[in-house]
Design a protein around this ligand. Structure first.
Ligand code: ANZ
Ligand code: ZN
Length: 871
């Protein structure tokens, strides 16, 4: 997925990290034996030839498990962020497969978008070639990583077998009244030369290039996501498998406010009404002026001839400003009075009407009643233009005899109403209701809910995207392309050197033989393309049925396989992609496209569990070309192999936290895997090939000494590793447990090495390692003879825990008083000191001895004795 920043038009190249690493580590690579470069490719080919990771979605014998990484934008090369993301999901997918699930783990390409087009303009090449070349390169890198993808399901959003259905979905939304065209002030990025959705404007800047976004009035296509605002909000608490941080971000983005819409009349204009939206109807007696957005449709009508020139100049200046500049509270306020007045319906006082850029055209009604005593921005504005300030809510902390102080701290909280006529004395909460009810009864207002969420603007004035399947006919207006005429193909005869309009407009073929489907007269095609976030809002559905030529997907398969069980990706999509996908899912569910029964809530939400992985840092900063701290995955694969890269990237911190890359850490992981290899190499020298992984073990009662404690360690490790994966995917602690296990195996005596328990320990070690280091574990598995006998390790069952071996053996603890034996009890070698002391003191025998004596000291030796010294 495109995170807006990683991609650049030129192919990223990096040669520095290999140099750094080879300087640091010449010797390691000379270690003979473990040779990942030779064996990894061999196994990758074997797995591919066997179709090991191909998923039969129709197989109902096993429970399903859908593991998904956010699919990448083909920017050129994989970076370490990708490696981390894909390693996490791959371990989960492999673990679930070994645990008996029918696992689906697909990959594809979010391959429409600007970088391809910019590269095309720069190098005069086609965006298609640039994109396909990058995909070829990056999919090779993924294969080198040993990711367990079902490559048969690979989708490219830029290929017509995919975008045909993106266009189909556009028409689906159109048919449902959820896609519409309107003229509106929209966000325009001068760098990208296109409009942006609200979600793509971050702090007033373009999500992609950080340039300031300006407003333009344009006729554009929108998706009516606001129809789903309530449901998007109401479902959030059910998303218990999502990080709280992400659901909170969505909640704040949707931002539901309740308040009232109130109509104000205009002096000397009996037919004109101005509606305002307010979240604080309780403050209405303090409204002393009104502000319209400069774009408000009534501005012209309400401007007096004397003010016209100043007003026009102000409107022009506003267009150049970004939303963030307009609404910042700390910014110097600007504005112009229109010269006309409105009447406050509660006080009957005249209020001057102003325009100011802090009133936004698209929020509420585009007009606000200003209450300078209780709103920061109104206060700053009133001070600047000497407008009246009336306190109407009493700050409980102000001295009661002097309630009217207006200091520079505006009181914005709730309180008790004053100076508000019959509403005096009410709390703000009560007053909100009563004042709104009064407006309702008198026909000049009503309660209203307002969302910050806006409709999703999906048109883009760019080439490399899915064409919007709409025709324009002089007689019939905008007409949808009939579904059986899809896809509307992206033309290739275009000129990328044009600016200010979409290159598609330069195509001759695109507009040839285009007729209106309803009246058959010549028509024109829409030349805008869709926001690439439209393509990525439904790809997780297409993976379930990627070759369907009749429909976007088969509802029966969707019903069986959705939701995605585990989704893994970056936090930067918390609002954009993750909210758009939820909207698509709901809209499709409502049209019965997903196979779920209407009332079935499962049809609403695409992702049951979400893991947002942390960033990969180096020297404390995010890896980036500009900082020169990038480590290229290929260099690591070349020097140490993919297993080391996977093992390392999962080792140091939990997947949710940031990860600090250290070259010495890679080295350490390579050394560790080499140790594992040596452990087996030793074993192979003496042991016979195995025929089965079910080794005949002695009965647990019969095991003694080192063998017994090794057997206990095997089971403790299997239980611990399984639990750490099941719970929150704590791969870093998984890895430290595996390391401890290997340390212990390296220390066992040669007698114990002859025991079948040791063989079982090795078999289990390989299975625990298999999801993380799939090549090495397969290689050693083959070394044991098991690959030939029972097939790939990745098709084996995850080891089972022998529960009896989890309880540590009981030991006898003696209790002494002044060195004399007085009692005994049972404990384990690891029972903590405090517990042993408490147990000793609780013994009735000991209490008898202690009666009337003073305890001077207690000495505890865990697993052995408690000695109580009395005076
Ligand atoms: C009077 C008032 C008094 C307000 C007060 C606030 C505090 P949220 O909470 O984000 O929904 N407002 C209304 N329309 C606006 C527009 N088009 N552009 C900018 N501001 C607008 O914000 C709602 C509040 O923002 C509204 O409540 C209105 O100011 C202002 F003590 O009305 B209030
Ligand atoms: Zn027509």
């Amino acid at each position: 997925m495109d995170n807006g920043h990683a991609a650049s038009a030129s192919t990223p190249e990096n040669a520095t990290s290999a140099d750094i690493l080879s300087q640091a580590l010449p010797s390691i690579l000379q270690i003979k034996g473990y040779n990942p470069q030779a064996t990894e490719t061999k196994w990758q080919k074997a797995w591919e030839a066997q179709g090991q990771f191909r998923t039969d979605t129709a197989d109902k014998n096993k429970p399903k498990y859908y593991a998904l990484s956010m699919f990448p934008y083909p920017s050129g090369r994989l970076h370490m962020g990708h490696v981390r993301n894909y390693a996490i999901t791959d371990v989960i997918a492999r673990f679930k497969k070994m645990n008996g699930f029918n696992v689906l783990h697909p990959i594809g390409w979010d391959s429409f978008g600007l970088p391809a087009e910019n590269a095309a303009i720069k190098n005069n090449a086609s965006p298609k070639k640039w994109t396909f070349d990058n995909i070829a390169f990056m999919s090779e890198q993924m294969k080198r990583m040993g990711l367990s993808y079902d490559w048969d399901r690979e989708v490219y959003t830029c290929r017509e077998d995919y975008y045909q259905w993106t266009q189909w979905l556009f028409l689906y939304l159109y048919d449902k009244g959820l896609a519409y065209k309107k003229e509106a002030p929209v966000n325009w990025c001068n760098e990208c030369n296109t409009v942006l959705a609200n979600e793509q404007v971050i702090d007033g800047r373009c999500w992609r290039d950080d340039s300031l976004v300006v407003k333009k009035r344009l006729n554009q296509w929108f998706f009516k996501i606001t129809d789903y605002a309530d449901r998007l909000l109401e479902n959030l608490p059910q998303l218990t498998g999502w990080p709280d941080r992400v659901t909170l971000m969505q909640k704040n983005w949707i931002n539901r406010s309740t308040g009232a819409e109130i109509e104000f009349s205009v002096e000397n204009k009996p037919d004109t009404r101005i509606a305002v939206f307010t979240t604080r109807p309780d403050t209405i007696f303090g409204a002393t002026y009104m502000v319209l957005a400069p774009e408000h449709p009534l501005v012209a009508e309400l401007t007096t001839p004397e003010q016209k020139q100043a007003v026009d100049a102000y409107i022009k200046a506003t267009q150049l400003k970004s939303e963030i500049e307009r609404t910042a509270t700390d910014k110097e306020k600007t504005g112009v009075a229109l010269g006309t007045f409105t009447i406050n319906p509660y006080t009957q006082k005249k209020m001057p009407i102003w325009i100011s850029d802090y009133a936004l055209a698209e929020y509420g009604t585009g007009a606000l009643m200003a209450v300078p005593a209780h709103d920061e921005r109104d206060f700053a504005f009133a001070k600047k233009f000497s407008l009246p300030i009336e306190v109407v809510v009493q700050n409980p902390n102000n001295p009661p005899n002097n309630p009217n102080v207006v200091s520079d701290d505006v009181y914005t909280d709730y309180g008790t109403l004053i100076n508000s006529g019959e509403f005096d004395g009410l709390s703000s909460e009560e007053a909100k209701e009563k004042i709104t009810a009064f407006a309702e009864q008198n026909g000049f207002g009503q309660a209203r809910v307002q969302y910050r969420l806006r409709d999703w603007l999906v048109s883009r004035q760019r080439y490399w995207g899915a064409p919007i399947p709409i025709l324009y006919c002089d007689a019939c207006g905008a007409v949808p392309v009939p579904k059986d005429q899809l896809p509307v193909l992206l033309p290739e005869d275009v000129d990328f050197s044009v600016t200010g309009k979409s290159p598609i407009e330069t195509s001759k073929s695109f507009q040839q033989n285009v007729n209106c489907p309803s009246c058959a007269k010549p028509a024109r095609r829409e030349t805008d393309t869709m926001d690439t976030f439209v393509c990525s809002s439904w790809y997780y559905l297409r993976f379930l049925d990627p070759h369907n030529t009749e429909k976007p997907f088969d509802p029966d398969i969707i019903k069986r396989w959705m939701p995605v069980d585990q989704y893994v990706g970056g936090i930067e999509h918390a609002i954009l992609h993750l909210m758009y996908s939820r909207f698509f899912m709901m809209a499709l569910h409502d049209g019965d496209c997903l196979g779920f029964a209407k009332e079935d809530k499962k049809g609403d939400e695409p992702f049951a569990n979400l893991l947002t992985q942390g960033m990969v840092l180096k020297d404390g900063a995010k890896m980036s070309k500009s900082k020169g701290n990038v480590v290229a995955p290929d260099d690591i694969f070349n020097e140490f192999g993919a297993d080391t890269a996977r093992f390392f990237i999962l080792s140091d911190s939990p997947p949710q936290a940031d990860f600090d890359w250290k070259d010495s850490g890679v080295e350490g992981c390579f050394k560790f895997l080499t140790r594992v290899w040596r452990l087996f190499d030793e074993y192979f020298k003496t042991a016979a090939k195995l025929e089965d992984d079910q080794i005949a073990l002695p009965a647990y009662d019969q095991m003694g000494g080192e063998i017994r404690s090794l057997y206990q360690l095997v089971n403790k490790t299997v239980a611990g590793v399984s639990e750490d994966i099941e719970k929150e995917f704590q791969f870093n602690t998984v890895i430290s447990k595996i390391r401890e296990f290997v340390n212990a195996l390296g220390k066992v005596s040669s007698e114990t090495q002859q025991s079948p328990v040791y063989t079982v320990a090795l078999i289990n070690l390989l299975k625990l390692l298999a999801p993380i280091a799939p090549h090495l574990s397969e290689d050693l598995w083959a070394g044991l003879g098991l690959y030939d006998e029972i097939g790939s390790i990745h098709l084996q069952a995850w080891p089972k825990v022998d529960v009896q071996a989890l309880t540590a053996d009981a030991v006898e603890v003696v209790v002494q008083i002044n060195g004399k034996l007085r009692d005994k009890f049972q404990a384990t070698p690891s029972t903590p000191k405090e517990e042993l002391e408490a147990k000793a003191k609780a013994s009735p025998k000991i209490q008898e001895y202690l009666a009337g004596k003073e305890i001077k000291k207690i000495i505890v030796v865990p697993g052995k004795l408690v000695n109580i010294v009395v005076g």
